[in-house]
Ligand binder design. Sequence first.
Ligand code: AOF
Ligand code: ZN
Length: 330
Amino acid sequence: MQHAIRLAARGPARGINPQVGCVILDADGATIAEGWHRGAGTPHAEADALSRLAPGAAEGATAVVTLEPCNHTGRTGPCSEALIAAGVARVVHAVSDPNPRAAGGATRLREAGVEVDGGVLASEVEDLLGDWLTTARLGRPVVTVKWASSLDGRAAAADGSSQWITGAPARHDVHARRSASDAIAVGTGTVLADDPSLTARAADGSLLADQPVPVVFGHRAVPADAALRRGEHEPVQVTGDDLAADLRALHDRGIRSLFVEGGPTLASAFIAAGLVDEVLVYLAPVLIGGPRLALQDIGVATLSAAPRLRIERIHRLGDDLLVIAAPEKG
Ligand code: AOF
Ligand code: ZN
């Protein structure tokens, strides 16, 4: 399994599909084939390993795979059937496949008389697959909601002016986090009002190496000359009517982390839907007062119904504070 994990790590760490490795051993325990997955649309690790063997050579063999063999026809055929057809006698895997469309390989193999052992070096494979596993289990990207506000929780002044509430160190921190996210989400209202570029930039204005995909929530059209259309990635638009369904669709496109930037309507909708894993609040030492709050109605009518967060970290960024909090699980 250790060797299969090393093979898995040769595959691409980013992308829609997981890193998977496979070693095939003969009855004496000698390695007769190796395989690994090279990315969506290419053969799975098991199929890659089997393809290196002469017909009949896997008869009675043991396949050691980092992920439970798939049982579905996706971009490629089911590995469970390929292993059965090759005459493999035993399959050892580390983690179960969390993808509901692909799962069921272990059961199918057992039904066909193949001996199956799972859980071998599972924590090593959990570490390797990291976000892929977490988000496959959730069936959606990890969602971070961010806002910047005054100490009194206002995101804008009465006239709508909202730029530069926080200082430069806080803005740089936001850009670094954008760059570390697969996608940034904004509502159509923010696109129409602020025309944000949603790029991740260094302090000197140059683009950082990793640029997130802009995702626009809402029905209104994104203007043809919108700044976010000039970035590296085509913007993706989803309706925002059913956030859970939208998130599933984004996950299906390989988006594993979503940084929700604005505005208050979208942030409030994610919080009200209970679809937030982390909240980042950049607090500036300024008082604004008035009606323009960082959040709108999140469906809390009485204090006992208010979601309680756990503060995980506090950073001082120049004159500002960054508070990182997560909803209490359960
Ligand atoms: C891989 N590589 O080696 C294994 C995978 O769209 P498909 O057909 O490529 O299927 C992708 C799913 O297949 C993936 O989400 C995972 O559940 C399963 N197993 N996938 O890309 C592999 N063994
Ligand atoms: Zn497969």
